[in-house]
Design a protein around this ligand. Structure first.
Ligand code: AMP
Length: 568
């Protein structure tokens, strides 16, 4: 049964969050209390109080044995009251391990949340509804678990499900192109569709900012070929996926010399500043998540779009859909997500205090919490591993800023540097580079403990704002050394103390890597994870595998060190 979806529903949901959360938990317990997993703690009771008292807070690893048993053919009701019909693979790039989550085939909630978020955007972005959106999205080939259930990243499972119809009826790319599992053919065709329909497009985007930056790089490599296809009205022969080829050919239509010249002229200019707005002049916003580790792509997207509003629509994971951004035009650093209380049952561990667990409506303004998910497909009080900060309330429902992934820390001595600290360093680097001729297009770091004392190494991929004829990057020693210094200044007082006073930490280093290095890093992660999706990929803010650092090391162009101690 589909749910009503208009903006008044958002008011109703957020005004009655407590009741709705109670109802969600009751429903889940009614269907799952007799599972092997829960009956150990509840003995068949669906009492909410007993659930909170007896059911333990767990991590993925604790539930994994049950998940594996279902994947191997045991009935779903050992874990979930609702039948498990598929398994979704998490990206694994944020936590380091790829996880496999059970999933039922009810996508009503997700469809509802996506539709609600689109309504919110139409309300704030004038003319959004009247135009088309070019949102890059990809699917992976489905694999199967030993018992034959489909296994793939969430977007793939969703897009391929019979119960799910593409919500973006106003999308420039037909489903056939998005469902093509060859990412290169699909990306090429999505761009071709978008270029041909350039005058109708009001929004350009991708689920995550990193993917959109990657698409622009791809466009940088293929624009001449795309233009030649438009000029001749004939799609390149290497597009061999038949349904993709047929549907893109229909859209390309007759030869269009004028359009090909126009695009060639824009792409052939020395600087790609504002290329998105130049190629798609009616674009009103860029839809891509730019919070969390995605913040590193803000400068690149602002550059390519001439500072169009960057809209981070949703906060979701393989465990659950959490919330939507009800102020889509807020600046990236002010983005908060309003939780939708009908999605799953949510609890929150106070990560700064005594670890107390509270309900959605009982979180405190300013507090830092890790969400726990109890969902309809077998997760009960499962830790998500994200840390969120409460920034306000929409009616009775809290709004959260994404602070960081938990436990992703860098440390060369005993200083605990969190992902959020690293993001502060990233912001400082971005500011330091702002007035220069360079923009940051990739960022990650690691703790180099092969030197004594150990030190922080930041890998930066930089791009010249204006392409020069030699293709060389104008690396200014003074600017990059200064960049190292401001990054150190932005790290925690504990870091600065150990670095400046005790000498337990060595000078911070920047290693500038060749262009395309972060694409290689992504390829490396796909290689190891086999089956991750580029739609879900998140550049790790920090790397800790020797192999991943080798990918970067091979591409280092220059090194710079901070030349003074930070203040303490
Ligand atoms: P996955 O399960 O692979 O899709 O990854 C989910 C994870 O991506 C979440 O737990 C977050 O760490 C991250 N993530 C998802 N949405 C956002 C967002 N809007 N802002 C920041 N991080 C996000």
């Amino acid at each position: 049964m589909s749910q009503r979806c208009d903006l008044s529903v958002l008011e109703e949901l957020t005004s009655n969050a407590k009741q709705i959360q109670d109802d969600v938990l009751t429903k889940i317990l009614k269907s799952s209390a007799n599972t092997e997993y829960l009956s150990r703690f509840l003995e068949g009771s669906s009492e909410k109080e007993l659930f909170k008292k007896n059911v333990p807070v767990v991590s993925y690893e604790d539930v994994k044995p049950y998940i594996d048993r279902i994947a191997n053919g045991e009935p779903s009701d050992i874990l979930s009251g609702e039948p498990i019909t598929a398994f979704i693979l998490s990206s694994g790039t944020s936590s380091g391990n790829q996880k496999m989550f059970p999933r039922n085939n009810n996508f009503e909630n997700i469809k509802f949340a996506a539709a609600l978020s689109s309504l919110v955007i139409s309300k704030h972005v004038h003319g959004y509804k009247q135009g088309k959106v070019m949102i890059f999205s990809f699917t992976q080939p489905l694999s199967t678990t030993p018992c034959g259930l489909p296994l793939a990243p969430a977007t793939t499972i969703l897009l391929k499900s019979k119960n799910y119809r593409s919500p973006a009826k106003n999308s420039t790319s037909p489903d056939e192109i998005i469902l093509c599992t060859d990412a290169k053919q699909s990306m090429y065709c999505q761009l071709l569709c978008g270029l041909v329909q350039r005058d109708e497009i009001v929004s350009v985007g991708a689920p995550f900012a990193s993917l959109l930056v990657q698409v622009i790089h791809f466009l940088g490599n293929y624009w001449k070929e795309l233009c030649s296809n438009i000029r001749s009205g004939h799609v390149s022969e290497w597009i061999t996926d038949l349904s993709c080829r047929d549907s893109v050919s229909m859209i390309v239509g007759e030869p269009n010399l004028e359009l090909a010249d126009l695009i060639e002229n824009e792409c052939g200019q020395e600087s790609w500043q504002g290329i998105i707005s130049r190629l798609w002049p009616k674009t009103k916003c860029i839809e891509a998540i730019v919070t969390g580790t995605m913040a590193q792509y803000i400068p690149a997207l602002e550059f390519y779009s001439n500072k169009l509003p960057l809209v981070s629509r949703t906060y979701a994971s393989s465990e659950a859909f959490f919330g939507i951004n009800v102020n889509p035009l807020s600046k990236p650093q002010h983005v908060s997500y309003t939780f939708l209380p009908n999605m799953s049952y949510f609890e929150f561990i106070d990560v700064d205090g005594d670890g107390e667990i509270v309900d959605l409506v009982n979180v405190k303004l300013g507090g830092y919490y890790e969400p726990l998910v109890t969902n309809y497909s077998g997760l009960h009080r499962c830790r998500v591993g994200d840390v969120l900060q409460v920034t306000g309330f929409y009616n009775n429902t809290p709004q959260f800023r994404f602070a960081r992934r938990k436990n992703t820390v860098l440390s060369v001595y005993v200083e605990p540097t969190t992902e959020e600290d690293l993001l502060n360093a990233l912001t400082s680097a971005t500011l330091a580079l702002e007035s220069s001729d360079l923009i940051l297009t990739g960022f990650t770091c690691y703790a180099d403990v092969s030197t004594v004392p150990g030190h922080y190494v930041f890998y930066l991929e930089l791009k010249a704002k204006v392409n020069n004829s030699t293709g060389e990057l104008p690396l200014d020693n003074k600017l990059l050394v200064e960049c190292c210094c401001v990054m150190e200044e932005s790290l925690t007082s504990i870091y600065r103390h150990f670095r400046a006073k005790d000498g337990f930490i060595g000078a911070l280093e920047i290693r500038v890597v060749e262009q395309g290095t972060f694409d290689s890093l992504m390829e490396y992660y796909f290689f190891v994870s086999r089956g991750a999706s580029i739609t879900q990929y998140k550049t790790p803010i920090c790397i800790n595998s020797v192999e991943a650092s080798r990918v970067l090391e091979d591409k280092v162009l220059a090194r710079f060190f901070s030349d003074k101690s930070p203040t303490i």
